[in-house]
Write a protein that binds this ligand. Structure first.
Ligand code: NDP
Length: 451
């Protein structure tokens, strides 16, 4: 019998921490978890879930507009009430918080509410209580990074977005990645005039170039897009924010939102006192078994900054708990992690970009299709979808798939399974399509585009 109070103690009840704790407890480990803020972490409280709910609200605007082409007469102009959406969102998030807590209790995980820090070998302090544990997991996630621009305190981040009780009429969003593009679609769909300022010349860095070009062009239809744009300073002007851009121009907005990346939340955890090594970007360095440089201390999820996506944190947390407490072996593979941006249009991807594919394969065939979805043949909306498939000619294996358009995320989840089992282009060609869908395009792409 171990002399420690717990076999496993988890700091942080977000996606990775909760999954690890529940898995460990189910395998018979005496498990405790500490949470200082909210159960469910970023994803449930200020990330994936509320964001997706807001995207539904934003998309409803398009659905209402499109309905006329399908014979619907709306009697009065629809009115959007921001505070009602927020109230309903808050209610749902509160419900999910409760569910996360209940899942932990039902799994026999002891809950400690409060800030936890490592206080020694096999020791964690929560408030004024010292706890001993054989294994300690740090799964505290990340937090917004805001560059040190003068007046940055007048800007909000994505956490603040979810607390907004009223709708700004105009907003400046700074950044060109996941959060900036998603919130541009949300704000605009809900009726806010959006300006998006990005320091580069094409949005969604890291995605396939065709997708980036397509998206950067598409977003111009509903935002004022300022590319190669930097912000010098932000001042307040009454209730408004006045922004001075590096080109000398000035503009005022009701709100300024920075979405310029997230960093691991490693402060005040006692890591430096105990030689837990951090990378240059402040991420906890772990080995192949998620163990840090301090024996018996592990880390998973955004705090290790490998692939900062909820499903990856879940996989890491589960794999660690299984390994420590005798569950079935699980390897976390960072290859072929599908990802989606819930922007307008939606983006989803799995596998290599064209540039990556060309750098590691001799001969890549590119299949590409751009089309107007059937729905918009009646509405006349200038909305298009782009699908792209990359095939290694030598093996015929599909090495990358990319889509921009309606339902891209739902479609790409299934494609990720096909790629996971190494599907070849010939096998895609053999697959019968479901008609009429956008997804069938992926099994009917017959002719590669010219190099
Ligand atoms: P991203 O890394 O996606 O984007 C950050 C953006 O900010 C980039 O365009 C970057 O430019 C720009 N930037 C960085 N530093 C500065 C600076 N000093 N000044 C001006 N611009 C700057 O981060 P996000 O904050 O959007 O999202 C964080 C992470 O959260 C994502 O990487 C993703 O892992 C996760 N996430 C996932 C979602 C999903 O799965 N749908 C949704 C939201 C978040 P550049 O490109 O030039 O570096």
């Amino acid at each position: 019998m171990s002399t420690y109070e717990y076999d496993f103690f988890v700091i942080g009840a977000g996606s990775g921490g909760v999954r690890a704790a529940r898995t460990a407890a189910a395998l018979g480990a005496r498990t405790g978890i500490a949470e200082a803020r909210f159960f469910g972490g970023t994803c449930v409280n200020v990330g994936c879930i509320p964001k997706k709910l807001y995207t539904y609200a934003a998309h409803t605007r398009h659905d209402i507009a499109d309905s006329a082409a399908y014979g619907w007469h709306t009697q009065t102009p629809p009115v959007f009430e921001w505070s009602l959406l927020k109230q309903n969102k808050d209610k749902e998030i509160k419900r999910l918080n409760g569910i996360y807590k209940n899942l932990l209790s039902a799994a026999n995980v002891d809950i400690h509410e409060g800030h936890a820090r490592i206080s020694g070998a096999n020791r964690v302090t929560v408030g004024d209580r010292e706890i001993t544990a054989k294994h300690i997991l740090v799964a505290v996630g990340g937090q917004s990074f805001m560059p040190p621009v003068p007046g940055i305190e007048h800007a909000m981040d994505s956490d603040d977005f979810f607390e907004l009780t009223s709708q700004p009429a105009t907003v400046l969003i700074v950044g060109g990645g996941y959060i900036a593009t998603e919130l541009a679609g949300v704000f605009s769909g809900l009726g806010t005039e959006v300006t998006l300022a990005y320091r580069g010349d094409s949005l969604l860095n890291g995605f396939d170039e065709d997708i980036r070009t397509f998206f950067t062009d598409a977003i111009k239809s509903y935002t004022h897009l300022k590319l190669n744009s930097d912000i010098e300073r932000i001042d307040t002007l009454g209730d408004q924010k006045q922004v001075l851009f590096a080109d000398g121009s000035k503009q005022t907005f009701d709100a300024v939102l920075y979405a310029t990346g997230r960093v691991p939340a490693t402060a005040n955890l006692g890591l430096a006192d105990h030689d837990v090594r951090l990378s240059d970007v402040g991420a906890i360095i772990v080995d192949g078994n998620f163990e840090t440089s301090m024996p018996g201390v592990y880390a998973v999820g955004d705090v290790i900054d490998r692939v900062t996506l909820t499903p990856v944190a879940l996989a890491e947390g589960q794999a660690l708990a299984r390994r420590l407490f005798g569950g079935p072996e699980q390897r976390v593979s960072y290859d072929l992690v599908p990802a989606a941006v819930f922007s307008d249009p939606q983006i989803a991807t799995v596998g290599m970009t064209e540039a990556e594919a060309r750098s590691c394969h001799q001969h890549i065939e590119v299949y590409r299709s751009r089309f107007r979805p059937l729905k918009h043949t009646l509405t006349g909306r200038e909305s298009f979808s782009l699908m792209k498939m990359l095939v290694d000619k030598e093996t015929d294996r599909v090495v990358g798939m990319h889509m921009a358009g309606d339902d891209a995320a739902e479609i790409m989840q299934g494609m990720a399974v096909a790629m996971q089992v190494g599907a070849t282009k010939a096998q895609f060609d053999l697959t019968i399509g479901i008609h009429p869908t956008a997804a069938e395009e992926f099994v009917t792409m017959r002719t590669p585009v010219d190099d």
